[in-house]
Write a protein that binds this ligand. Structure first.
Ligand code: SAH
Length: 213
């Protein structure tokens, strides 16, 4: 599959939809205009790529809705060179958006099949996360901490303590919390021991699962 002017046109429209829904960050909107979402889906689903909808990607997982990706990303308030940990690599679309914002990205996936498939795709596309990890996101990545931002892209039944402890002071954790439905929650580490918590609207994600290995 290729990336054509037609695809770019559709992405501009998608960015407009995301903007109307309330995402104002111009750098995030520009990333939506830039990353070829159709290449993250099987070619037979190309037509679905620029609708503002989640979509199945195999292994019972989904590529998140563009609005959700944009909203979560804008809550992180990324600066160039920030160290960002993503939990739930999935299709890699969110990873690519973070890379487009010039973050140093570490990303963890617990499904081996998806982990392998998405790594091959990153190589093919020339997307260069700092590290891709096959493992359990509940534990975070202590050896690379602290992070300026941590983004969880699956619904968490509770907030993993490990993730809060791996934030730099000033760092942000964006996590959808809940079982059937999730409340988008932003934690900002205001000091070594203090966190500020803010809640946003409700969303639906596939569950953040405890690892089998
Ligand atoms: N960011 C992805 C969203 C994928 S859906 C994208 O843009 O496509 C959420 C992903 O989280 C799934 O791939 C799922 O396998 C993964 N996941 C679920 N529980 C996890 C855990 N404990 N650790 C790491 N990844 C997990």
């Amino acid at each position: 599959m290729k990336d054509t002017l037609k695809h770019r046109g559709k992405r501009n429209q998608l960015a407009e939809i995301v903007k109307e829904k309330g995402v104002t960050s111009e750098t995030v909107l520009e990333a939506i205009r830039t990353i070829p979402r159709h290449l993250f889906l099987d070619s037979s689903f190309e037509d679905h790529a620029y609708q503002d909808k989640a979509f199945p990607i195999g292994a019972e997982q989904t590529i998140s809705q563009p609005y959700t990706v944009a909203f979560q990303t804008s809550l992180l308030q990324i600066n160039v060179g920030d160290k960002i940990l993503e939990i739930g690599t999935g299709s890699g679309y969110q990873t690519a958006i973070l890379l487009q914002l010039k973050a140093k990205v570490y990303t963890i996936e617990r499904q081996l099949e998806l982990f392998k498939k998405t790594n091959l795709f990153f190589n093919k596309m020339g997307y260069r996360p700092k590290k891709t990890i096959f493992g359990d996101g509940y534990k975070g990545l202590p050896e690379e901490a602290p992070f300026n931002g941590i983004i969880v892209t699956a619904g968490a039944p509770h907030v993993p303590k490990a993730l809060l402890s791996q934030l730099a002071v000033g760092g942000k954790l964006v996590i959808p919390v809940g079982i059937d439905e999730q409340v988008m929650t932003l934690f900002t580490r205001t000091s070594e021991k203090e966190f500020e918590k803010k809640e946003f609207g409700s969303f639906r994600f596939v569950p953040l699962l405890e690892n089998k290995n």
